[in-house]
Design a protein around this ligand. Structure first.
Ligand code: ZN
Length: 237
C-alpha cells in the first residue's frame, strides 16, 4: 500500500495477524525497513513484487530492533543482496550480528519451542553470525532516503529500538513503539516490552514532532496524530 510520497507499506501474514515492513523509494533505489519472521522470505519477496518493485533494487536494509519478527529474513536477504547496506542502532547491533544472545528469545525460551522449530531457530542464529558488517544508526541522524528521514532512538521495547520520522510527510514509522489495535493507536505491548517505563519515556521524544500519520509494524497505518495518546501515556512520568 502506498502511504505517501516514496513510502510503501508491505503486508506479510504472521500467525493470525500480519506485519508491515516498509519500502522507501528514491532515485538511489529502495530502502527496506524490517524483514518479517524467518520463515517468511517468499512472502516478503512476493510483497515487494506485488508493490510493483524489484527486490534487486533494495540498496539497504534498516532494522528497527532485534526481535525475530523484524530481523527474521535478514540473513536470507543479505545472501541474495550482498551489496545491500545493513543498518541498525548500536543498542541492538551485537544481538543482530549474533555476538550476543537475544533479549527475548533466550536459550531457555528457544528450548521450549517444538523440536523442529528449535533447529530452525539455531540455524537462524548461526546465520546472523555470518552477516557482513552492520552500520550504526544514532539518535538524530538524518538520511536522504525516501525523501529524507530522521532516526529517533526509542529504547525500552529493546535497548536499540528506533523509530523513523519522515518530516516532509509528517509520517512516523513507529516500529513497535506504537501499535494499532482494533483501529485505535496504542502504546508498546507490555508483554513484549521488558522495560516499559523506559519505552514510555521514549515516547516523550516524539511529543513535539508534527505527525500526521503513524505506520506501526503491528497494526498498520493510523491516519491521525499520536499526540493525545502520547500525552495520556506519559502524564504520570
Ligand atoms: Zn515486533
Amino acid at each position: 500500500m502506498n502511504i505517501g510520497h516514496n513510502v510503501i507499506a508491505l503486508t506479510i501474514p504472521l500467525g493470525p495477524s500480519e506485519v508491515h515492513p516498509v519500502l522507501l523509494k528514491d532515485e538511489d533505489g529502495l530502502t527496506l525497513i524490517d524483514t518479517g519472521m524467518f520463515d517468511q522470505y517468499d512472502a516478503l519477496i512476493q510483497a515487494v513484487k506485488d508493490a510493483g518493485e524489484a527486490p534487486s533494487d533494495i540498496k539497504r536494509i534498516i532494522l528497527t530492533h532485534q526481535d525475530t519478527d523484524h530481523i527474521g529474513n535478514l540473513p536470507a536477504l543479505a545472501r541474495e543482496l550482498p551489496d545491500a547496506g545493513l543498518f541498525t542502532h548500536p543498542g541492538d547491533l551485537p544481538v543482530i550480528n549474533g555476538s550476543q544472545p537475544m533479549l527475548k528469545m533466550t536459550p531457555e525460551r528457544i528450548a521450549q519451542l517444538p523440536e523442529a522449530r528449535q533447529e530452525e531457530f539455531q540455524q537462524f542464529l548461526e546465520q546472523l553470525k555470518q552477516l557482513k558488517d552492520i552500520t550504526e544508526l544514532h539518535d538524530g541522524d538524518h538520511f536522504p532516503w525516501g525523501g529524507g528521514l530522521e532516526i529517533i532512538h526509542t529504547p525500552g521495547h529493546t535497548p536499540g529500538h528506533i523509530c523513523l520520522y519522515l518530516p516532509e510527510q509528517e509520517l512516523l514509522l513507529a516500529a513497535d513503539e506504537l501499535r494499532v489495535v482494533d483501529g485505535n493507536l496504542a502504546g508498546p505491548w507490555d508483554a513484549a516490552t521488558p522495560d516499559m517505563p523506559l519505552a514510555l519515556s521514549s515516547l516523550l521524544k516524539l511529543k513535539d514532532l508534527p505527525i500526521r500519520s503513524v505506520l506501526c509494524y503491528h497494526g498498520g497505518l493510523y491516519e491521525g496524530s499520536p499526540q493525545t495518546l502520547i500525552k495520556s501515556l506519559t502524564e504520570a512520568l
